[in-house]
Write a protein that binds this ligand. Structure first.
Ligand code: NAD
Ligand code: TDX
Length: 339
């Protein structure tokens, strides 16, 4: 299938975080003709080392805040596409302090859209399935692109707000925008505050893994590399103004993921603590990716979740110097919440 749009110079926001840095690494490897400028504020979740080994001629880092209109004015001009990953991304943090979520996720997106509009730059917006709320455990339905928005948490409500801004800017101002809403990602470079890396690194530190509530909540897991390829496919071949859902048929209850991690790491399957549930905890997410598959021919490569988990565990075992500096402070924050 021929690419309809061939970006040569992409501005990637949040390219030092988990999903953004995996995308930058994926594009640098698979499309070496494409130049990437990363703009990242380097919050606690951003680490320049995540892209530090890539050729400087291909990947440039601008340290800065997407909420600053003057900075965007200087940086956006000259790029032919923006791929927007930058966000405050952790539900748990958003419950404690929603402030940076409203600022970065809503105001930051607004500033970027204004810049995309001013310089007529193709814009892809990376969002989450959480904007659709949650599903019942026994509901046969999965999320579809035109489902109503029903976000539950401060995080997901700010992501929903940002999606709505994109839809309005596309319709009213003709910004050439697409949106993707993806399910839970796993893979290398994910912060230790998130479920899978937290449990792996707890075991590596001799701490007991922690399971919220009853553990029956379902997440729909996708390897971050498959998400990266989906974002590229939508950027180059997606229809302007459209929303695509990204998921890999990876529904699993948290307790099953927990037991799989324990088993793969040679621990007893009951070697974890039950802890207090997250307030407002969404029950189940599930994505119907058929639009992405039928329109753009996308399919996940990582279809064996246990194998992907094994590789992810190996990555954290090998890269202790990457995660160790954040570990103690993250666990102290969780301990203060009884989680
Ligand atoms: P992350 O927290 O790992 O990374 C976020 C990055 O954004 C960091 O590098 C951080 O420094 C940067 N950032 C934060 N505020 C900024 C600001 N004001 N200006 C510039 N940079 C800023 O997040 P992630 O998990 O990589 O998520 C990236 C995007 O993907 C988010 O938009 C998120 O909603 C979306 N998403 C993530 C998942 C997932 O499972 N991780 C699933 C679906 C969608
Ligand atoms: O220690 C834990 N124990 C536990 O049981 C943690 C950290 C989480 N959980 C549960 C809560 C969720 O049901 O595991 C599940 C996954 O939790 P998170 O990793 O915090 O992810 P989630 O809240 O599902 O959101 C993630 O996927 C969608 C990302 O963080 C979001 O950025 C993305 O939009």
């Amino acid at each position: 299938m021929a690419d309809a749009f061939e970006p040569t110079n992409i501005l990637v926001t949040g390219g030092c975080g988990f999903v953004g840095s995996n995308f930058v690494r994926w594009v640098a490897k698979n499309h070496p003709e494409t130049h990437l400028t990363v703009i990242d504020k380097l919050t606690y979740a951003g680490d320049p080392k995540n892209i530090g080994d890539l050729p400087k001629s291909q990947v440039e880092l601008v340290v800065g805040d997407i909420c600053e209109a003057d900075l965007l004015d200087r940086v956006v001009a000259g790029h032919d596409a923006i791929v927007h990953f930058a966000a405050e991304s952790h539900n748990g943090n958003s419950i404690l302090d929603p402030d940076p979520f409203v600022r970065t996720n809503v105001i930051g997106t607004y500033r970027l859209l204004q810049a995309a509009r001013k310089y007529d730059v193709r814009y892809h917006h990376v969002s989450t399935d959480e904007v659709y709320g949650d599903l019942d455990f026994d509901e046969p339905r999965r999320f579809e692109p035109d489902d109503p928005y029903r976000p539950s948490s401060p995080y997901s409500s700010t992501k929903a707000s940002s999606d709505l801004l994109v839809r309005a800017w596309a319709r009213t101002y003709g910004v050439r925008a697409t949106i993707s809403n993806c399910s839970n990602n796993y893979g290398p470079y994910q912060h230790v505050e998130k479920f899978i890396p937290r449990q792996i690194t707890n075991i590596l530190c001799g701490l007991r893994p922690k399971l919220y509530g009853t553990g029956e909540n379902v997440r729909d897991w996708i390897h971050v590399e498959d998400h990266s390829r989906a974002v590229w496919d939508i950027l180059v071949r997606g229809r302007i103004g459209q929303t695509y859902l990204v998921g890999a048929n990876g529904e699993r209850a948290n307790i099953d993921v927990m037991r799989a991690i324990l088993r793969l790491m040679g621990q007893p399957e009951d070697g974890f603590d039950w802890v207090e549930d997250r307030p407002g905890h969404d029950r189940r997410y599930a994505i119907d990716p058929s639009k992405l598959e039928s329109e753009l021919g996308w399919k996940p490569d990582h279809t064996n979740f246990i194998e992907g988990l094994r590789q992810t565990i190996a990555w954290y075992e090998k890269n202790e110097s990457w995660w160790r500096p954040a570990k103690a402070a993250t666990e102290e924050r969780y301990a203060r919440q009884g989680r």
